[in-house]
Design a protein. Sequence first.
Length: 737
Amino acid sequence: MKSYQIDIRGVVQGVGFRPFVYRLATKLNLKGEVLNNSLGVTIKVNATQKELELFLEKLQKELPPLAKIDSIKSREIEFQEFTNFSIIQTSEQSLKTALLPPDISICRECEAELFDKNNRRYLYPFITCTNCGVRYSIIEKLPYDRINTSMKFFKMCDECQREYNNPLDRRYHAQPIGCWNCGPSVELLINNQEVKIEGLDAIEDAVSLLKSGKIIALKGVGGYHLICDATNEEAIKELRKRKKRAHKPFAIMVKDITMAKELAIISLKEEELLSSKERPIVICKSLLPSNSKIAPNISKIGLFLPYTPLHLLILEKLQKPIVATSANISDEPIAINLESLQKLHNVYDAVLNHNREIVNGCDDSVVMLVQNRVVTLRRARGYTPLSIKLPFKLKEPTLALGANQKSTIAIGFEDNAILSPHIGDLDGINSIEYYKKNIETLQRIYNFEPKRAVCDIHPNYESTKHALEITTQNKNITLNQVQHHHAHILATMVEYKLTGKVFGVAFDGTGAGTDGKLWGGEFLLCDYQSFKRIAHINYFKLLGGERAIKEPKRVALSLLFDTFGKEALSLNIPTIQSFKKKELHILYLAWQKGLNAPLSSSMGRLFDAVASITGVIQELSFEGQSGLLLEELYNPDIDTAYSFKVNNESIAIQTLIQEIIDEPDKTVAVSRFFNTIVNIVASIYQEYSNYPLLLSGGVFQNSVLLNLLLEKFPNAYISNKIPPNDGGITLGQIVSL
Ligand code: ZN
Ligand code: ZN
Ligand code: FE
């Protein structure tokens, strides 16, 4: 018999890890103790070598569902006799580097109790246990104890307290537990909060309102949703009108997989994702008619399952799918309290509210499956703030400030990077304020002081301005600026822990280049220190600057001028037809003189241009619309492509434009365009094929393009845990040297 110490790192706090160790040790008749410390969990036991081995094996095999072990180390220590096995309570010492678990969907056991008439929490909308429920969204600071969360306002009743204190109970030290007697409660607010209905009646009445076609703001885990009956076209039309959201697809929450299968084709792997504990929105192949108001003219649909008891209760009563879209104004942050929701009072008819405060806002996560690989499009609820292990240790604690669109922030220390959830676009004062609050939150939760700040090289990004502010205010913090597409590729490198040189393809909207131009169709040979630009799409002018991003016809027109000069004006094609005569002449002059016409090599804009020339769309009503519509036209049976030329490092696309115009069938034109992009990648990569191929940037949200490239290059890397869009930039910034 000897004494051993076992140190475990990973997600091992707030996930029922200590009671699990307690139960296991008791079962194996081992004596000793288990405690939380700043690095994770430490166990001391009296055991023989054999007993220790069995204990270690079972520790890793029978792990509680939310726990994740990064490392487990055991060593013999000086003999110390224990008389029983005990859980040592968390002391007030700092537990800052311990990893915080994300918000997780309701577990099976809790769901069973929720609908069990004999259970004391029957139909209780906030039923939870050690293995499920809210975490990140309610925490103010570490250590993760009830007193440091918004549950501190609810004093546990005796029965809940007993469960909380009993190591053999599945609610042992589950911080957010409560019941009908002591926990949070729901209320339905109607007529600008004049009428208030409480308890189960609130849910009952909310469902009646949904049935009659009304729109409800529903408070969830990380914010409010706007919900309505997804089978009621009029309700959806009304929601679109009030929210000023003409075409952008809505996500649909379905009661269960059976209901999901009525709306979409669901593969086995998609089914797994839908029912995973993270419960993300999964983009699936839609079965709805193309004129459906849910996603007009798009054959994909974003589905997700109820992830809280409250959502379950609503869907159980309604027995219909609901539209569930984040309550926010366009790309602003999600509303997390009645005050921020107020701005949308013209949109909803009632609020189904509850009194558990949301401390940290967190949107829904969005994922899709391409070639059986999971691609994250938005990383938020369920996934954040899980850390990502870096391939090396950082020299200094680093704060990464991200880009300007789909912004996130990240902190890095030692070999950990912790990313905030999706924040949103930094376009308005509210978004910027929310962004700064997110920085504070992460710093506070992890008691983090940066020594280095990293941002983009774009001088007008709000994130860049903020980085400059931080580093001028605090001289101890150094500043590091990283080129946008380099950061994109680095983010993917980190995720796969690649070292050495890689060949990165960054297809994007626009990002500032080192030559002052707007890059976005880039081929880069990179490592953590630097990059070499191997090739890029030939520069073209974005007529009208920012406006060109929203109006594909402006980019198309510019490319037409590049190809045909003034002759372009007499072409009989949709792009030209979409302008007034006078506009055409002004824009021709602007093109000629380069007035308000920044040069860009953006692949995203090239997609826009093709969408305009083929008559698919001239002005966007939401970001990424042209790509989605082009996907609809792709025909896999067409395997021909257009020509292109590579001069030095520049990829000329005039012939491509010419050939697209000459093609009368837009299905053929669009399919060949996709094939051409694949050929361009293949031709540039050929010379560098001894380097790993990495794909990153917002254009890779296009599942047709990604699918084609992964088919051709099965070994190519595309990020999985972080989005290929600008939401992943922070991870690349963290590791730049
Ligand atoms: Zn549970
Ligand atoms: Zn209670
Ligand atoms: Fe980008």
